[in-house]
Design a protein around this ligand. Structure first.
Ligand SMILES: [Zn+2]
Length: 288
């Protein structure tokens, strides 16, 4: 059968081993249309396999981010609480003073603007051309490309952030290793990721996945254990995962559910010291 999703057919997809441990032993975790997620039998990491080539994905990304004004504004509002928590974490880690910050996958540059407002020297990295144009029109220094292009000298930032990027990258350990190399000793990585696997498992009992796994965009489905493993393998120490705020979707019911879930998750974490499944998480790690 030849179904096209985001311009992709089954013939564009190739199997890959586990990107965390290299094992090829895995079991099907989830299937949606032509896409399949596998759970590694060795380290429990969930990843998209088969998947499109990197070149094909970059092509698809030109149509990924919103480019209409109302949608861009909605995106800024959606990330507001998450950005504010991340800004607090960065400032706390820097001992109160501003430093040098890189935001990878900075999209329209809203986190950069916020940090620049706090006195930080900021740079962005992005692949979506229209979003780059928007960010540059706000006077932000945004480089087009990916970390694989080696766009910045090593050890040149105090904080490197990446919001909802790690689940998109081809090789998450390599991506985190590149972030590690860009940090100065003592520098902080702030990595935001969707914690979708428990929610999808619950929803599948009701025969509905709401498309939360979001193939082919999400190549990895992290859980607290596997993101910590990826961060450790990349060289990070003092790895912490927390709720880190919540998103505020444009539609009122989605916004209410997200805020309620986020507040409950923070409350639950505060009381039990455990992580609430199914809501996005922020993981931080330090370069020693
Ligand atoms: Zn594995």
């Amino acid at each position: 059968m030849h179904r096209k999703i985001h311009g992709l057919t089954e013939s564009d997809l190739f199997p890959v081993p586990c990107s965390l441990c290299g094992s090829t032993r895995s079991a099907r975790e989830h299937r949606r249309g032509i896409f399949e997620y596998r759970r590694c039998s060795h380290c429990r990491f969930v990843y998209l396999s088969p998947r499109p080539t990197q070149a094909k994905l970059v092509e698809c990304y030109q149509r990924y981010l919103p480019d209409r004004e109302p949608d861009i504004d909605a995106w800024e509002r959606m990330m507001e609480v998450v950005f504010s928590r991340a800004a607090e974490a960065a400032t706390r880690h820097a001992g109160g003073g501003p430093g040098d910050l890189l935001d990878i996958g900075c999209a329209h540059g809203f986190f950069l603007s916020r940090m620049r407002g706090l006195g930080w020297r900021v740079k962005g990295l992005e692949i979506a051309k229209k979003a780059i144009g928007f960010a540059r029109s706000k006077g932000l220094d945004v480089t087009e490309g990916t970390l694989a292009d080696r766009p910045f000298p090593p050890a040149s930032f105090d904080v490197v952030s990446a919001f909802y990027v790690v689940e998109h990258v081809w090789d998450p350990v390599e991506f985190l290793r590149d972030i590690h190399a860009l940090l100065r000793p003592g520098g902080l990585a702030i990595v935001r990721w969707p914690h979708t696997a428990p929610l999808v498992r619950f929803l599948m009992a009701l025969r509905e996945d709401l498309g939360l796994y979001d193939p082919p965009w999400h190549l990895s489905q992290f859980e607290p254990g596997t993101i910590a493993l990826a961060m450790r393998r990349a060289g990070f120490r003092d790895i912490r995962t927390g709720t880190g705020g919540w998103t505020r979707p444009a539609n009122p019911s989605g916004r209410a559910i997200s805020a309620l879930g986020g507040r409950l998750a923070e409350l639950y974490g505060g009381i039990t010291g455990q992580l609430f499944p199914g809501v996005s998480k922020t993981t931080t790690g330090v370069r020693v």
